[in-house]
Design a protein around this ligand. Structure first.
Ligand code: NDP
Length: 285
């Protein structure tokens, strides 16, 4: 069986079109959603991501403010800027591009973003709200994964979902969101025993490991939905996922490509969160 591709680019275009329509409706009420993105330093990958986010904002009619700071920026200076943006009523979402230079405490900076402007969904308040099923900003990558699974028409309810990885930004929240959708969830990590066997029993397999080709074809249950979150720069200089795509594509029913899968969806979900933030801050949601 050849798996059907879950086209992240096409689905992201759909999500961004939704965000654009919601933005247009807000603008009619005199509200222009605005996302502030702070980039500290010259990391080339971060620069690409930040440019992409500004472009996405443009496509959706969202105002974007990109603030570029030198590598030498102190933690105090960065916290002061976050404080200014937090107090600025015209700014609905604040995103600090990670990683930050080593001399800055990332946690302190994330914690300084008020929960109502934390459109990345990384702050402890948003994480807690997600955990108890209260309104919050869902972290973009896991929310994008769930949307991709739902796009297949496969019912998540009652399925065995296996998430490989337990990071705070991908693995753990992906597991929580799948649990929320009534999947039976197993989280695997570097201490997991019988990982291959567990994966083979997954109706839904989410790989967020950060190792090229970690998921081999024999770890995929025939007919599974495979979501590959990994982004790894291979020895060939190209981007690869965590899943051995060529092997898994013959086993799975649905699979995401890398690139063109979870990445574009992550960006699109950020636009949705920003529009939602603008609506909520103006008492409209
Ligand atoms: P982390 O490095 O924070 O987490 C990796 C997880 O994988 C850890 O929980 C770790 O386990 C687990 N792991 C590592 N090695 C093994 C192993 N041999 N067996 C089992 N588990 C293992 O990564 P992130 O969650 O931040 O990201 C994961 C991948 O997703 C990366 O490639 C990243 O680039 C990509 N990514 C993609 C995004 C997108 O938009 N497409 C967004 C964010 C990330 P343990 O906890 O025990 O150490």
């Amino acid at each position: 069986m050849q798996a059907k591709l879950i086209d992240g680019k096409a689905l992201a275009a759909q999500v961004k079109a939704e965000a654009a329509a919601e933005t247009a409706a807000l603008k009619k009420q005199g509200i222009t959603p605005c996302l502030a993105v702070i980039l500290v330093g010259e990391d080339p990958a971060s620069q690409v991501y930040v440019r992409g986010k500004a472009r996405d904002c443009g496509e959706c009619g969202i105002e974007s403010r990109v603030i570029r700071l030198p590598e030498s920026t102190t933690q105090q200076e960065l916290l002061a800027l976050v404080g200014q943006l937090a107090a600025d009523r015209a700014v609905n979402g604040i995103l600090v591009q990670l990683p930050l230079p080593g001399h800055i405490d990332e946690k302190a900076v994330i914690d300084a973003i008020p929960p109502e402007k934390d459109v990345d969904g990384f702050s402890p308040v948003n994480v807690g709200r997600m955990q108890v099923g209260e309104p919050c900003y869902l972290p973009c990558t896991p929310a994008g994964c769930v949307r991709m699974i739902e796009s297949t028409g496969v019912d998540i309810d009652g399925k065995h979902a296996v998430v490989i990885g337990r990071s705070n930004i991908v693995g753990k929240p992906a597991a929580i969101l799948l649990l929320e959708k009534n999947a039976t969830v197993t989280i695997c990590h570097s201490h997991t025993k019988n990982l291959q066997e567990i994966c083979r029993s997954a109706d839904i397999l989410v790989a967020a490991v950060g190792r090229q080709g970690f998921v081999t074809g024999d770890m995929v249950k025939p007919g599974a939905v495979v979501i590959d979150v990994g982004i790894n720069r291979g020895p060939d200089g190209k981007l690869h996922g965590d899943v051995d795509f060529d092997a898994a594509v013959d086993k799975a029913a649905y699979i995401t490509p890398v690139p063109g899968g979870v990445g574009p969806m992550t960006r699109a979900m950020l636009m949705k969160n920003t529009v939602q933030a603008a609506a909520r801050q103006n008492g409209l949601a």
